[in-house]
Write a protein that binds this ligand. Structure first.
Ligand code: PRP
Length: 214
């Protein structure tokens, strides 16, 4: 079975869970991108790419944030919300500047974001015309230098917004890491996938499990 694991902010917690199942030596050594263990092949991929590897069936299962799944509209089975890597996708802007007011003044807003589909559908639902500018990082800079009126971005602790004189205006989506499967793989390898799912649930600290089951 092939498992796609994410690099980045949820990597540490996710790798921690897998080391509980597969032993202390569970790590990608150096710059290696593939780890083989106990009949499993683990792929070390960017958070965004986990959904692509699983959707394409190159990986049978993977762990990825709900924000990515919703943005990419990935056709995968969402088997379990691990409750790790909690964050939200929010509309944010300079303190005191309101979306509706700015819209009335300008008629059309500029929005900077990595999450272009989520941003577009949010403003479309509100009936607010927008020009969406796709950026790849440091999104919070855009409204500070006049590149955009507002941003749509991931907020975890809120520290980046706060340190840059920005604030959340609205929450579009609450996100956390999900265990996903390729639909064909799920039908073919259902037993193995469900077994891994149970192992992950067992490995999750009990206080986390309690939070998730609420
Ligand atoms: C993400 C996100 C925000 C920040 C939010 O960026 O885009 O900038 O984290 O986290 P906070 O609420 O805890 O401050 P990331 O660190 O992934 O880097 P990026 O700027 O390259 O997107």
């Amino acid at each position: 079975m092939v498992v796609a694991l994410p690099k980045g902010r949820i990597a540490k917690e996710v790798l921690g869970l897998f080391s509980q199942i597969f032993g202390d030596e569970f790590q990608f050594s150096g710059r290696k991108l593939i780890l083989e263990k106990q009949g499993f092949k683990f792929l070390n991929v960017r958070n965004w790419d986990v959904a692509v590897y699983v959707e394409q069936g190159v990986a049978d299962v993977g762990i990825v944030g709900l924000d990515v799944l919703e943005e990419l509209k990935s056709r995968v089975f969402r088997l379990w919300d691990l409750g790790l890597g909690k964050c939200r996708v929010s509309v944010a802007g300079q303190v005191g500047e309101e979306v509706e007011q700015r819209f009335r003044e300008k008629g059309k807003l500029k929005i900077a974001t990595k999450l272009t589909h989520l941003a577009r559908s949010y403003f479309e639902e509100k009936g607010i015309p927008v020009e969406v500018l796709k950026l790849n990082g440091s999104i919070e800079l855009a409204p500070l230098v006049g590149l955009s009126d507002f941003i749509v971005d991931i907020v975890e602790t809120g520290q980046t917004l706060q340190e840059n004189g920005l604030e959340e205006k609205d929450v579009i989506l609450y996100s956390s890491a999900h265990f996903i499967a390729n639909p064909n793989s799920f039908w073919k390898k259902r037993g193995e996938i469900v077994h891994l799912l149970h192992q992950l649930k067992e490995a999750l600290p009990t206080e986390r499990r309690a939070v998730i089951s609420q």
